[in-house]
Design a protein around this ligand. Structure first.
Ligand SMILES: Cc1ncc(COP(=O)(O)O)c(C=O)c1O
Length: 430
């Protein structure tokens, strides 16, 4: 794949430039990007990502740094933290984590010690690898318990969870909701009520991983985990929330000791310098969401619902039918009858339609290399201005390719044409 051993330094430098040009052209403007964890940033966010902040260090907290020269870092970090508190109703905000997985590790480090128990959804039921035994939670030495899940209803089995809480009275520290496959809100209110009932002393924290739905929450169109009883919310800043790649931890009604333990887990625990170039871009993205977030989240969810319905009408086995397919930016379908997730996602990619293969609820984890599902997210195509009519067109392309076995290059040409009708990013300042 690589000829790195023979290229001259000049050729390597030219290659780096060419790779970026090709990536920008191909993924940036020629494909229908339906990866549920991605987004396009606006020109304003892109512009603010490249600055002198890229070269600087600012270990420490706002106003209490270990380095000189941090006047503007303090200004922008303080504004980010306060803006996130304002948008999400939190009392504490930390924008230092470099990613959502790192934010989750900070939560686990702050709230639990090695040997403690935590509970989260298993990966096939939507849980992210970072709160499983082979991810961040395992790296912290935690014992990971599965939150029981009802795959038919696509929701947490709260009766089963009550039994788990009862059986882990002494060692449980964190219950994590949220996930990577999240079609519907999670029962945060019911789970918070159960946790308060079983742990009245407050030793167990309800944590909500909002990585996927952060932009929808910001727009006020998805569940508000804090008002439903979660005390800690972690997230990526670049999925439905269209910011630079990074992470965030927010807290509300969390006792001072636990808040401080999370803060220390982030710095000096996991982050030395927090890659400062993200911060002005993050602030800009937050401002975009304050101004345009409701309209964006609204259209995103409308588009997801329409795409799900349209795929269903074309005979796809769309997940979550009994609950109206989706309440988020995601749609998932079972592709077993078309050769499974690996074959289907790769065929779609050959037609300029980028998705990912995904385990579906109830499926064994061992299927992860070739799971049965396809996961789709419509937030990026929504950001470029697509609406319900285009969702029908996309469903039609899926149908032509996967059911009618149309030539992939013919479908690719149609996908390209559709993509190029939408050259501009919407929901941003002009
Ligand atoms: C629910 C959830 N949490 C956390 C993460 C990790 O986020 P990041 O890629 O920013 O580390 C992901 C990644 O897709 C995710 O789906």
């Amino acid at each position: 794949m690589s000829d790195a051993t023979v290229l001259t330094p000049g050729e390597l430098a030219a290659r780096a430039r060419r790779i970026v040009r090709d990536q920008n052209t191909w993924r940036g403007s020629q494909t229908l990007n339906l990866i549920a964890s991605e987004n396009l940033v606006s020109p304003g966010v892109a512009e603010l990502t490249v600055s002198d902040f890229s070269h600087r260090y600012a270990e420490g907290e706002v106003g209490k740094r270990y380095y000189e020269g941090t006047r503007y870092v303090d200004e922008v970090e303080d504004l980010c933290e306060k803006t996130f508190n304002r948008m999400f109703g939190s009392e504490y905000s930390n924008v230092k984590p470099l990613s959502g997985a790192q934010a989750n590790l900070a939560v686990f480090m702050g709230l639990a010690k090695p040997g403690d128990d935590v509970a989260s959804l298993d990966v096939p039921n939507g849980g992210h690898i970072s709160y499983r035994e082979f991810g961040a939670a395992g790296c912290r030495g935690l014992t990971v318990n599965n939150i029981p899940f009802n795959p038919a209803e696509f929701t947490v089995d709260t009766e089963g969870l009550a039994q788990l809480l009862q059986s882990k009275k002494k060692t449980l520290r964190v219950v994590t909701l949220g996930g990577s496959l999240i079609l519907f809100p999670h029962p945060v209110r019911e789970v918070s009520r159960l946790v308060s009932e079983y742990f009245p002393e407050g030793d167990v924290v309800v944590h909500y991983d909002a990585a996927h739905v952060f932009g929808l929450i910001a727009g006020g169109r998805f569940q508000d985990p804090f008002s439903e009883g979660a005390k800690v919310v972690s997230s990526s800043t670049h999925k439905t929330f269209p910011g630079p790649q990074g992470g965030v931890v927010l807290a509300k009604s969390l006792d001072a000791k636990k808040t401080s333990d999370i803060r220390k887990a982030v710095f000096p625990g996991l982050v030395s310098n927090h890659h400062l170039h993200r911060l002005p871009a993050l602030l800009y993205a937050a401002a975009e969401m304050m101004e345009f977030g409701s309209a964006y989240a609204d259209q995103t969810i409308r588009n997801a619902k329409r795409l799900a319905k349209s795929l269903h009408d074309h005979g796809f086995k769309v997940v979550g039918e009994s609950r109206g397919f989706t309440e988020s930016h995601q749609v998932a379908f079972d592709s077993s009858d078309m050769g499974g997730g690996s074959r289907t996602s790769s065929l779609l990619a050959s037609a300029n339609i980028i998705t990912n293969k995904n385990l579906l609820p109830g499926e064994p984890l061992k299927n992860s290399r070739d799971p049965s599902g396809i996961r789709i997210g419509v937030q990026e195509v929504t950001r470029i201005g697509m609406k319900e009519a285009e969702m029908d067109s996309i469903a039609e392309l899926f149908h032509e390719l996967l059911h009618l076995h149309a030539d992939a290059s013919a479908v690719a040409a149609k996908a390209l044409k559709l993509r190029q009708e939408f050259p501009r990013i919407h929901f941003t300042f002009t």
